[in-house]
Design a protein around this ligand. Structure first.
Ligand code: PGA
Length: 246
């Protein structure tokens, strides 16, 4: 089933989350034909978990720490997320990599922890503009995927991957669906190489300036197995249009 995920980033207080979800649920019919995921900030997860219980709309976090507990001031562990109802966690988002300095090794440790704890990670990968202009898109994506999955080669079916070109995130300039498709095909082939026993359960999502007006153009392609939506997921009606764009 294809996955449409909303990444709210650092937006919405708990009360704004409550208002959003009450409104969003009015738009959500037949959630069983697609998987819908909301990833609000940590402080909204409790109320979101309560409101989403039994609705079919799933809950995810935007980040996690790799240890279960300990002296890690300001961090949130996977057991904490699971108790609030999170089934997914976004790992290695471009803002974590480029603003907060997360490297491939840290991202790998987080993925290992996700699989040990039984939460499904959405690994984000994508090239910067200078990489694309230098013809390095596939090389950059390959390196990010291989390093993130190091030691997890047998478990590739237990993660999803979001291809999010950095230059497309929050810029209003999405990749063309054709460019996205070619990277998605490349990642699928790469997964087969990393794990020949891969059963194809890893969904490859596209993210970067997805809006109600272009979501359908991406979802027309079978290679695009879902969307990770930032800005356009902040309004319940706009996100619902994206959810039902295919
Ligand atoms: P955007 O963000 O939809 O606002 O471009 C996507 C993302 O960062 O996941």
């Amino acid at each position: 089933m294809r996955l449409i995920a909303g990444n709210w980033k650092m937006h919405k207080t708990a009360s704004e989350t409550e208002e959003y979800i009450k409104s969003f649920l009015k738009f959500v019919e037949h959630p069983e034909s697609r998987e819908i995921l909301l990833c609000p900030p940590f402080t909204s997860l409790y109320i979101a978990g309560k409101l989403l219980e039994g609705t079919g709309v799933k809950l995810g976090a935007q980040n996690c720490h790799y240890e279960r507990e300990g002296a890690f001031t300001g961090e949130i562990s996977i057991p904490m997320l699971k108790e609030l109802g999170c089934e997914y966690v976004i790992v290695g988002h471009s803002e974590r990599r480029h603003i907060f300095g997360e490297d491939d090794e840290l991202i790998n440790r987080k993925l290992v922890a996700c699989l040990e704890e039984g939460i499904r990670p959405i690994l984000c990968v994508g090239e910067k503009l200078e990489d694309r202009e230098a013809g390095m898109t596939f090389k950059v994506v390959e390196t990010q995927v291989r390093l993130a999955l190091s030691g997890l080669e047998e478990h590739t079916d237990r993660i999803d991957i979001a291809y999010e070109p950095v230059w497309a995130i929050g810029t209003g300039v999405p990749a063309t669906p054709e460019d996205a498709v070619s990277v998605h095909r490349f990642i699928k082939e790469l997964l087969k190489d990393i794990n020949p026993k891969n059963e194809g359960r890893t969904r490859i999502l596209y993210g970067g300036s997805v809006k109600p007006g272009n979501a359908g153009d991406f979802m027309k392609h079978s290679e695009i197995e879902g969307l990770l939506v930032g800005g356009a997921s902040l309004d319940p009606e706009s996100f619902a249009k994206i959810v039902y764009s295919f």
